[in-house]
Design a binder for this molecule. Sequence first.
Ligand SMILES: [Zn+2]
Length: 82
Amino acid sequence: MPTARYRCAACGNLTRFDVTVTRRTRAFHHFSLGGDLAIEDEEVLAETVEEVSCRWCGSSRAVEEAPAAQVEAADPAAQVES
Ligand SMILES: [Zn+2]
């Protein structure tokens, strides 16, 4: 599953965001006899992105979702390497 990329239209940030997510999950809780817990096989049943805000300018309204390929093409760091 491709991960969505974000872009801040206010300041041009492509790499730093605070993302608030609500996630509903089911997991196998495996306790040892001593009471130590290991959480295994966590499965995401539902996931909702509540808010994405820009780490640089703090704006949440200007952040837009962008296809990964489009962001990579516009990323100055990627151009430096080529
Ligand atoms: Zn910004």
